[in-house]
Design a protein around this ligand. Structure first.
Ligand SMILES: NC(=O)c1ccc[n+]([C@@H]2O[C@H](COP(=O)([O-])OP(=O)(O)OC[C@H]3O[C@@H](n4cnc5c(N)ncnc54)[C@H](OP(=O)(O)O)[C@@H]3O)[C@@H](O)[C@H]2O)c1
Length: 260
């Protein structure tokens, strides 16, 4: 068995009804873990759990709803006997445009879902299980948290804060709990449609690895970070972006604007 074997472990993946979260849930189940998939409604969580090949249940829980989160964690421990892995994946971006044009409602929603929820869920799993028995937490950040972009300033600020929070929690919860993050580039999901749907060809042509990301690209890295293969890694943010953060690759290949 490799360190990627998760047989006997139990994982909660927030925001797992589609996209990156659903792929992460399948990757963890494929490695042998029992998986609890959350989404805002019980129906979509159940539908996603039905898609998983392996042992999986769905739990309806808005990530910011503390009672629902506590219920989910308690149910997980009751049903499977532990909660060894937490993937703080649910994320949102209701704001688009200059940062000074945004309002407090959008700010609060972004920071509640993208930053407070990882604190809340990490706190709950630590108290319920990991604080005593150990575990691994992986947060889904973004390369936007490592760079500057127009129009999604608040979202990127929330992801920058999540990267910082990952380091903070890695220190506070050491040595029993490892806390890491992934920072995906543009991945083919509903959330990021505005970033790839109309310009996939151009984006792929400017990316070192010639394509946008697929949810499985991120899921493989998350499964690694959650597993014993990463047992000496904590506080890290792994960039998974096909080289997008490196900049436009076209000039490096002798063309000024490949694909434009
Ligand atoms: N796609 C990208 O290019 C990209 C790049 C970097 C980072 N990310 C990050 O990756 C993560 C997953 O995003 P995605 O691209 O896979 O998006 P997606 O396809 O839109 O999926 C988002 C998931 O989160 C759930 N969700 C949304 N709000 C929620 C809430 N308040 N409580 C519980 N669940 C909630 C959704 O379920 P329901 O709608 O069923 O509730 C859905 O399962 C996010 O943290 C996002 O910021 C994405």
């Amino acid at each position: 068995m490799t360190g990627l074997d998760l047989t006997g472990r139990t994982a909660i993946v927030t925001g797992a009804s589609r996209g990156i979260g659903l792929s992460i849930a399948q990757a963890l189940a494929t490695a042998g873990a029992n998986v609890v998939l959350t989404a805002r409604t019980q129906e979509s969580a159940d539908a996603a759990a039905d898609l998983i090949v392996g042992t999986a249940i769905g739990v309806g829980a808005h990530v910011v709803d503390e009672d629902a989160a506590r219920h989910c964690v308690e149910l997980t421990v009751r049903q499977f006997g532990s909660v060894d892995i937490l993937i703080n994946n649910a994320g949102t971006n209701p704001a688009y445009g200059p940062t000074i044009d945004q309002d407090h409602a959008r700010f609060a929603k972004i920071f509640d879902v993208n930053l407070w929820a990882p604190v809340l869920w990490t706190s709950l799993v630590t108290r319920a299980w990991m604080g005593e028995h150990g575990g691994a937490v992986v947060n889904t950040a973004s390369i936007g948290g490592l760079s500057l972009e127009p129009n999604i300033g608040l979202y990127n600020a929330s992801k920058a804060a999540l990267i910082h929070l990952t380091e903070q929690l890695a220190m506070e919860l050491s040595p029993k709990i490892r806390v890491n993050a992934v920072a995906p580039g543009v991945v083919r999901t509903k959330l990021a449609e505005a970033l790839w749907q109309e310009q996939e060809r151009e984006l792929s042509a400017s990316t070192a690895l010639d394509r946008i990301g697929e949810p499985d690209d991120v899921a493989a890295a998350v499964a690694f970070l959650a597993s014993d293969a990463a047992s000496w890694i904590t506080g890290e943010t792994m960039v998974i972006d096909g080289g997008q953060r490196l900049g436009d690759v076209a000039p490096f290949r002798g063309g000024a604007t490949v694909g434009a």
